[in-house]
Design a protein around this ligand. Structure first.
Ligand SMILES: Nc1nc2c(ncn2[C@@H]2O[C@H](COP(=O)(O)OP(=O)(O)O)[C@@H](O)[C@H]2O)c(=O)[nH]1
Ligand SMILES: [Mg+2]
Length: 249
């Protein structure tokens, strides 16, 4: 099984990849391989079985004269040229679970060819699922929460694989505000109406109705990469998505 961790910068992709992998090893006594697909990371908490920094690092490109942004884009281009090699290396890893940590900036994996091309290759040989990680720093305002629910839908559309959603950092206090939004998505409409004015209210209202329809088939679990809370729930969610037992995306 291949599990890909995605989300906005700093949501906890690297931390959750590691915490979930260690949980799988300890609880299920299975072999886990970690894959680092972030060319910009300095160090990872896990020992990667495959590391895209074998091909390119942003650090090296910056030493050659590019800025941080240019370095990221150039690194993505170089990885894209090498996708057949990367996917062969990942597919040849001999473990029950392969966990893939993606670049800090989600757009490098999702909105450039890198992610869709890699997944098209590796999903031919293994059950593949993506875990979209919602960051409380975005989701704790009403409009931020609405945006946070949209991003996993965009991920599903773009990558064409089952996608589950988790809210990370359940150990911090903002989580109680998010829980309130989750209890009743239609309350969001009221909150956004209070925050916004004019035409945007009509747009927000229609948008929330749409999210409400989707959210009925979208079960979101709370996890903490820091404390290890929710790993069992995440495992169940992934299984439901792959077995198509539930009505998840
Ligand atoms: N409180 C708390 N902080 C977390 C958690 N997961 C990650 N972080 C912190 O969030 C920051 C970004 O984490 P990282 O895993 O590097 O995010 P990435 O950019 O998505 O890979 C780091 O300072 C982590 O220590 C969590 O569950 N709880
Ligand atoms: Mg990271």
């Amino acid at each position: 099984m291949i599990i890909i961790f995605l989300g906005t910068a700093g949501c906890g992709k690297t931390s959750l990849t590691y915490t979930f992998g260690e949980w799988l090893k300890k609880e299920l006594n299975v072999k886990v391989s970690y894959v680092n697909m972030d060319p910009g990371v300095y160090s990872t908490p896990y020992p990667p079985s495959y590391d895209v920094r074998e091909i390119v690092t942003v650090e090296k490109l910056m030493l050659d004269g590019l800025g941080p942004n240019g370095g990221m884009i150039r690194a993505a281009e170089i990885i894209e040229e090498n996708i057949p090699i990367v996917s062969r290396r990942i597919s040849s890893l001999n473990s029950e679970f392969i966990l893939i940590d993606t670049p800090g900036q989600i757009e490098l994996f999702l909105f450039r060819p890198m992610g869709p091309r890699l997944i098209e290759d590796i999903a031919k040989y293994s059950s593949t699922v993506s875990v979209y990680i919602i960051d409380p720093s975005l989701a704790s305002s009403s409009s931020g929460f609405a945006i946070s629910l949209t991003l996993p839908l965009i991920t599903r559309l773009r990558l064409k694989i089952p996608t589950v959603s988790v809210i990370n950092k359940s150990d911090i206090s903002e989580i109680s505000k998010i829980e309130k939004f989750m209890e009743n998505i239609l309350n969001l409409e009221e909150e956004i109406t209070r925050e916004e004015a004019g035409l945007i209210i009509d747009l927000a209202s229609r948008y929330i109705q749409l999210l409400n329809e989707f959210s009925k088939t979208m079960r979101i679990v709370k996890v903490s990469a820091k404390t290890g809370e929710g790993m069992n729930d995440l495992y169940t969610l992934i299984h439901e998505a792959l077995c198509e037992c539930g009505d998840l995306m």
